[in-house]
Design a protein around this ligand. Structure first.
Ligand code: ADP
Ligand code: ADP
Length: 224
């Protein structure tokens, strides 16, 4: 079977992480979130984490060369040989070009870029209600996906918190950065015929069904 090399694109809070979790179970390929990798580095106090934190706290982007090297390293690991789902990368046209070069050098190609499309007013609701487990990073929503017990993770009983960059003053900046730096990727992948759009305003289960159907079609096309 051909490789499945997927990119998830969408504004912050669109539900990319929620979908990647489910897709990872379906396809047994690693889900690679640059946001999660960076947060782990910050937590561990690595050099990379120290460098990235200032940009993340302000809702800006970590410099391209730092991110590109981090992702290249991750994609070389054996578990990504049969494919991967990238969430949060690429986020600039320069990152997309660097990824294309790496893929070409390895004789691979991107299968598709999936845009999880959600309007700004819904994004604000999703981000302001997002809560994450301090230990596992598992994500909840106070209204749309509440934990069984208030502020406690269903899976391991750890505390749920709001991410620092999910506070309203930072969110505004993240949305601006998205439309300025990341939205141009829609044209970039459209021009390559790789862009697929999903209506992200539906329920998580409906969005998931739509993406799965899309991937089944992509696979059939790829195998012909
Ligand atoms: P969300 O999905 O809510 O937008 P992420 O968890 O993907 O947030 O990213 C959190 C932060 O990590 C971003 O605001 C940015 O500072 C940094 N970051 C993550 N991925 C990248 C990337 N590809 N390039 C630059 N910065 C990134
Ligand atoms: P992203 O990874 O794109 O930043 P998340 O997957 O973390 O987004 O989702 C953002 C918030 O919205 C979370 O609190 C999540 O529980 C909630 N959420 C995700 N998908 C949906 C959906 N389809 N409908 C309603 N809420 C959702």
């Amino acid at each position: 079977m051909s490789e499945l090399n997927l990119i998830l694109i969408g504004p912050p809070g669109a539900g990319k992480g929620t979908q990647a979790d489910r897709l990872q179970d379906d396809f047994r390929i690693p889900f690679i979130s640059t946001g999660d990798m960076l947060r782990q580095n910050v937590k561990d106090g690595t050099e990379l984490g120290k460098r990235a934190k200032q940009y993340m706290d302000a809702g800006g982007l970590v410099p391209d060369e730092v991110i590109v090297a981090m992702v290249a390293d991750r994609l070389h690991r054996p578990d990504a040989e049969d494919g991967f789902i990238l969430d949060g990368f690429p986020r600039t046209v320069a990152q997309a070009q660097a990824l294309d070069q790496q893929m070409k050098a390895a004789g691979r190609h991107i299968t598709a870029a999936l845009l999880v499309d959600v309007p700004d007013e819904e994004i604000i609701k999703r981000i302001s209600g997002r809560r994450v487990c301090v230990k596992s990073g598992h994500t909840y929503h106070v209204e749309f996906d509440p934990p069984k017990n208030d502020s406690v993770c269903d899976e391991d009983g750890s505390r749920l918190v709001q991410r620092d960059d999910d506070k309203p003053e930072v969110v505004r900046n993240r949305l601006e950065v998205y439309s300025e730096k990341t939205a141009p990727l829609i044209d970039y992948y459209d021009d390559q015929g790789l862009m697929r759009r999903v209506d992200g305003t539906r329920s998580p289960a409906e969005v998931h069904d739509h993406i799965r159907a899309m991937i089944a079609t992509l696979r059939m096309e790829d195998d012909v």
